[in-house]
Design a protein around this ligand. Structure first.
Ligand code: DGL
Length: 245
């Protein structure tokens, strides 16, 4: 099986990491739209049109499945992408909601959802969770974490100040959904700041969904290629570091 993995930039590599650990695919083609990251502050139509361009890129590779390793794209462009291809297009919001459900059945849990402005404004996590009966959901856009992670800042004073700003009104949380694929890089910091709250991570969530929905046999090795719309060498270097390649 050959999977395409798409993100606006380097964040989707956190999803690749989870997929590689489980050895789910023979081959992964990763594409980061690094020329136009971040997608989070952009509007729905722009995110859809960038995503359709990415789909055209993947059409060169004969992939069996397209994994959207970006919550902002998953929030707005999954339906449009699916209309334009016959292969399955799988997003991280659906999988994140399912992962939350398997993490706690308690419908009174205090759930915090964080993500880019696009993801939070789409209200998708909130709507899906409420459909499942969860009632105590607080959603906060935390876009400053994206450029920090892109800069390789995973802890320290800047992260701390941003957390103080964003989480100042958060009283109690039982679960925090990391609704942006950049955030697993600062997962420990976020969890610590929120008194050890358990995190839901898009990468682990998508692995869970892939394993239950598709008949994927573990492979011996995964071949992986990286492409980016700008500065592909930088993306390759980050990938080498984060994925220990
Ligand atoms: N990694 C993207 C996501 O999951 C966010 C980064 C961006 O704003 O482009 O939403």
């Amino acid at each position: 099986m050959r999977a395409g993995v798409f993100d606006s930039g380097v964040g989707g590599l956190t999803v690749v990491k989870s997929i590689l650990e489980e050895k789910l695919f023979d081959e992964i083609i990763y594409y980061g739209d690094t020329a136009r990251v971040p997608y989070g502050p952009k509007d729905k139509n722009t995110i859809i049109s960038y995503s359709l361009e990415a789909l055209e890129f993947f059409k060169n590779f004969d992939i069996d499945m397209l994994i959207i390793a970006c919550n902002s794209v998953s929030a707005y462009a999954i339906d449009e992408l699916q209309k334009n291809t016959t292969i399955p297009v799988i997003g991280v919001i659906e999988s994140g909601v399912l992962a939350l459900k398997s993490s706690t059945d308690d419908k009174n849990s205090d759930i915090l959802v964080i993500g880019t402005s696009a993801t939070i404004n789409s209200n998708l996590y909130d709507a899906h969770l409420r459909q499942l009966g969860y009632e105590n959901i607080v959603s906060i856009p935390t876009p400053l974490f994206v450029p920090m992670v892109e800069e390789g800042i995973f802890d320290g004073a800047l992260i701390e100040e941003a957390m103080k700003l964003y989480f100042k009104d958060v009283k109690k949380t039982d679960r925090v959904i990391l609704g942006c694929t950049h955030f697993p890089l600062i997962e420990n910091e976020i969890s610590r700041f929120l008194n050890g709250t358990k995190t839901i991570h898009s990468g682990d969530a998508i692995v869970q969904l892939l394993k239950t929905r598709y008949d994927l046999k573990p492979v011996a090795d995964t071949k992986i290629s990286f492409f980016a719309s700008s500065n592909p060498d930088n993306l390759k270097n980050v990938a080498k570091k984060w994925l220990n390649l």
